[in-house]
Design a protein around this ligand. Structure first.
Ligand code: GLN
Length: 187
């Protein structure tokens, strides 16, 4: 069984933990450098990317996290987690990991009240069409050459992969079935 850490500084890490467990992983909440060290894969949850980024820096976790992901630690970032992974954020500075070669625009669909669900198709046979929940979601406005687009909505990529780095703009942990988590664990 794979030991998967869910970064648990802020955001909806509990739902990810439950989804990972239902997908057969040994999931735990990661808060310390020892937790980052022992992860065989990592999930960065949705929440507030500015808060998570600042806490990663303040708790001295950011540098080692970047190093581990650069060295091949598989990572799934959802919504704010994707923003943390993105190389370019709104063209602005905010603390981030910046290893996924995409540009993102935060809160691109509007405020909390403009949150929505949509049925989307994915290019992943084991995942198929899924219900995607967008909550103050970002848009991926540009992807680099090494980035595969695995699902789109309204003409924008919503699920992307660059080697072991996977990012999505929606919340796969909030729908039953954990299909995307299962696929991530199979990488
Ligand atoms: N709007 C949040 C941000 O910019 C992301 C929202 C979410 O993770 N649901 O960090």
């Amino acid at each position: 069984m794979r030991r998967v850490g869910v970064l648990a500084l802020q955001g909806d890490y509990a739902a990810h933990r439950a989804a990972l467990e239902s997908a057969g992983a040994e999931a735990y909440e990661a808060r310390t450098s020892a937790d980052i060290e022992s992860a065989e894969a990592l999930v960065l949850p949705g929440g507030e990317s500015t808060v998570m980024g600042s806490l990663l820096v303040r708790f001295g976790l950011m540098e080692r996290l970047i190093e581990r992901i650069r060295d091949g630690l598989p990572v799934l970032g959802t919504c704010a987690g994707l923003i943390l992974l993105a190389a370019r954020i709104d063209g602005r500075e905010q603390p981030g990991i910046r290893l996924l070669d995409v540009s993102v625009l935060r809160n691109a669909y509007g405020r909390q009240i403009a949150s929505f669900r949509a049925r989307v198709t994915t290019a992943l046979p084991s995942v198929g069409p899924i219900e995607a929940v967008f909550i103050r979601a970002p848009k991926i406005t540009d992807v680099g050459e090494g980035v595969q687009v695995l699902a789109e909505h309204d003409g924008f990529p919503i699920l992307v992969r660059q080697g072991g780095i996977v990012g999505c703009t929606f919340h796969p942990e909030l729908v039953p079935g954990a299909a995307l988590h299962r696929w991530f664990l199979s990488l």
